[in-house]
Design a protein around this ligand. Structure first.
Ligand SMILES: [Zn+2]
Length: 404
């Protein structure tokens, strides 16, 4: 099964955009209501027995079941019968809001993300339609729930032989967009390791270093755009909240956010293609980005978006037939790639790897990238051997990019 996501700009009429604005607001309220319900349930459980307030006990009886996606969907269906706003909005779309909330909770349990937050006015920006009608597009028009036919700016043609699996309508600062997930019954063969290999290290000094000694500097334009952003934010904060000038200033801030996002994505794609031009195998560190971002490098990390880059690199590799895998990141900067000697922890200010054992000297990030490549090759050799030993190939071929 091959999935593609194509994004197109929508040209909504005033009436169409009013309908979707209203649906966004309804979605926001559903989110906040459902979140409050879950939050109340948690706080009613979390109090200590000796300090439990009667108030909480009163609101939620001890035996009340935890609100789930299913129970909240049921409640939503009931509420639609009496609430005209809920009834006016697309029902499957509203259920997706509850699903997103469920996912946010699962994310919290499984990966330690923060407690889901309430959304302020205007912070709900997308409507997800899990399916569209039959033949949902014709020429440059698409038929969307609730508003009918809409003109799209067809920046590239829709591919043949694909069905629209879902449509997500997003309100950006620059206008409305639709992200179409298209699906075709095509198998992309998984890439087997072949050709030249390269290891990469996402560094602090440079954005990226390769095992072949290349270094990609952190792009300067991020810093410039960030500075511009701070300036615009300051300007907005000096305006009277709610005034016309304030609204204009806020819109400029939002536009710049979008520009930063696009510029970064563009940079990531170009870099990913450059890497794929050179080799058949890429290894990168499987970094625990959450822990890293929370630490002292938060500013840098968030600016350059290493995590976003790795997922783009994974996608581009797949498309270009390059084998991509993540390796264990532990201690990559503490080992000599030349002799495997454990050189001990390097201070962050130490920019050079120098091995006391064999005398090998190179840039710190390049040395780490070389260790990453060696680890990857060792693991791949192991996998290939396992294949020969009769491990079912299908289980290897269906897995996502392996974490070695
Ligand atoms: Zn050495």
């Amino acid at each position: 099964m091959l999935n593609l996501t194509y994004t197109y700009r929508l040209k909504l009429t005033q009436q169409q955009s009013q309908t979707y604005e209203a649906w966004l607001e309804t979605s926001r309220r559903v989110w906040n209501f459902a979140l409050a319900q879950r939050k109340d349930w948690y706080s009613s459980r979390s109090c200590r027995i000796d300090a439990c307030s009667r108030f909480r006990e009163y609101i939620i009886p001890a035996g009340a079941p935890r609100p789930t996606f299913a129970s909240q969907c049921k409640a939503l269906t009931q509420a639609r019968k009496t609430n005209p706003d809920l009834n006016a909005a697309h029902s499957q779309m509203l259920q997706q809001v509850l699903r997103r909330l469920e996912k946010a909770f699962i994310g919290m349990w499984e990966t330690g993300r923060g407690f889901p937050r309430f959304k302020k006015q205007g912070r709900m920006r997308s409507l997800l339609f899990p399916q569209l009608g039959i033949n949902p597009y014709l020429g440059n028009q698409i038929k969307l729930p609730g508003i009918g036919w809409v003109k799209m700016h067809l920046s590239r043609p829709l591919p043949d032989g694909f069905a629209v699996k879902q449509a997500q309508v997003v309100k950006q600062a620059s206008g409305w967009y639709v992200m179409l997930t298209l699906q075709a019954d095509i198998q992309i063969p998984d890439v087997m390791p072949h050709g030249q290999a390269v290891g990469i290290d996402l560094g602090l000094k440079s954005f990226l270093a390769t095992s072949t000694g290349e270094q990609v500097v952190r792009p300067r334009f991020f810093v410039d755009l960030q500075r511009k952003l701070r300036l615009l934010q300051q300007r907005a904060s000096h305006k009277v909240k709610g005034s016309n000038n304030w609204r204009k200033a806020i819109a400029l801030v939002a536009r710049l956010h979008e520009q930063i996002h696009d510029t970064r994505k563009d940079f990531h794609f170009k870099l990913a293609h450059q890497l794929c031009n050179q080799v058949g195998i890429i290894f990168a560190e499987d970094l625990n980005f959450k822990a890293w971002a929370k630490g002292m490098f938060s500013k840098h990390t968030l600016d350059a978006g290493e995590e976003a880059f790795l997922s783009i690199l994974e996608w581009v590799s797949k498309k270009r037939g390059v084998y991509f895998a993540l390796v264990n990141p532990n201690g990559t900067s503490q080992i000599c790639p030349n002799c495997n000697h454990h050189t001990g922890k390097k201070d962050l200010s130490e920019r050079v790897h120098h091995c006391g054992e064999c005398g090998y000297t190179t840039d710190r990030d390049v040395a780490a990238a070389q260790v990453v490549m060696q680890r990857g090759l060792a693991a791949v050799g192991h996998t290939v051997k396992m294949l020969g030993e009769g491990l079912s190939t299908s289980s290897l071929l269906t897995q996502e990019s392996p974490r070695l």
